[in-house]
Write a protein that binds this ligand. Structure first.
Ligand code: ADP
Ligand code: ZN
Length: 216
């Protein structure tokens, strides 16, 4: 099943998509991770998109569409995928329809204050990319990754000014996708305004939506 995951930055879609990916045995493809890995590894792509990502703007559609089109040709996605962070504009959604029509769009939503709290407390490992939260999911030793002992930092795009910009970009460019997929009858609303210890409430809503598509 080809599933896309929509929602504002910080809404928790990445965490949930990773859990669903394990549960259903389908790959989790995150455009944010693709870009951030490229930046960390200083690849050609990384150098090209670095300043765009660090200021919370969107990478141009031509670049993003091409990366996803190629990624979705790989053999591991033949049974489907959880696509997280793409499409993010109407133009991307139209492009995607030409190479992989989604079966379901999970739309995550939560209160704006919850979102800002989550993003501003987020810390990421400079070595392996693991994600922590200073209150909700702290590392064993403050500032140090549990997995690899790498140094934890705040992502440049998690500073308050950039967060506000990212939420703005979301409102203007990505929110219209909700109507786009609702019209096609593909949208499922997921309330993700729960704490980490109530994750099963979020997963349950996703399971139900997936089951509805499976059972036609
Ligand atoms: P967020 O927590 O803001 O959802 P992501 O990890 O999904 O963060 O993405 C981080 C950044 O990567 C975005 O702010 C944007 O610059 C870039 N990006 C990710 N997905 C896309 C996309 N589909 N189109 C354009 N830019 C993207
Ligand atoms: Zn690490």
């Amino acid at each position: 099943m080809k599933i896309i995951v929509l929602g504002a930055p910080g809404v928790g879609k990445g965490t949930v998509a990773a859990m669903l990916s394990k549960k259903y045995g389908l790959p989790h493809i995150s455009t944010g991770d693709i870009f951030k890995d490229a930046i960390r590894n200083e690849t050609t792509l990384g150098l090209k998109v670095r300043s765009i990502v660090e200021t919370g703007q969107l990478v141009p559609d031509e670049i993003t569409n091409e990366i996803i089109r190629e990624r979705l040709e790989k053999p591991d996605v033949k049974n489907g995928f959880f696509l997280d962070g793409y499409p993010r504009t109407i133009e991307q959604a139209n492009a995607m329809d030409t190479f992989a029509k989604p079966d379901l769009a999970l739309n995550f939503s939560a209160d704006r204050n919850i979102i800002i709290e989550r993003l501003s407390g987020r810390r990421v490992c400079t070595k392996c990319g693991a994600i922590y939260h200073i209150r909700n999911n702290p590392p064993k030793k403050s500032g140090t990754c549990d997995n690899c002992l790498g140094k934890l930092i705040m992502r440049k795009d998690d500073s308050e000014a950039v967060i506000i910009n990212r939420l703005d970009v979301y409102e203007r460019q990505t929110k219209p996708l909700i109507g786009f997929y609702r019209k096609k009858g593909l949208l499922a609303e997921i309330n993700s305004g729960y704490q980490m210890n109530e994750m099963e409430k979020i997963i349950k809503q996703c399971d139900d939506a997936i089951a509805r598509v499976k059972n036609g």
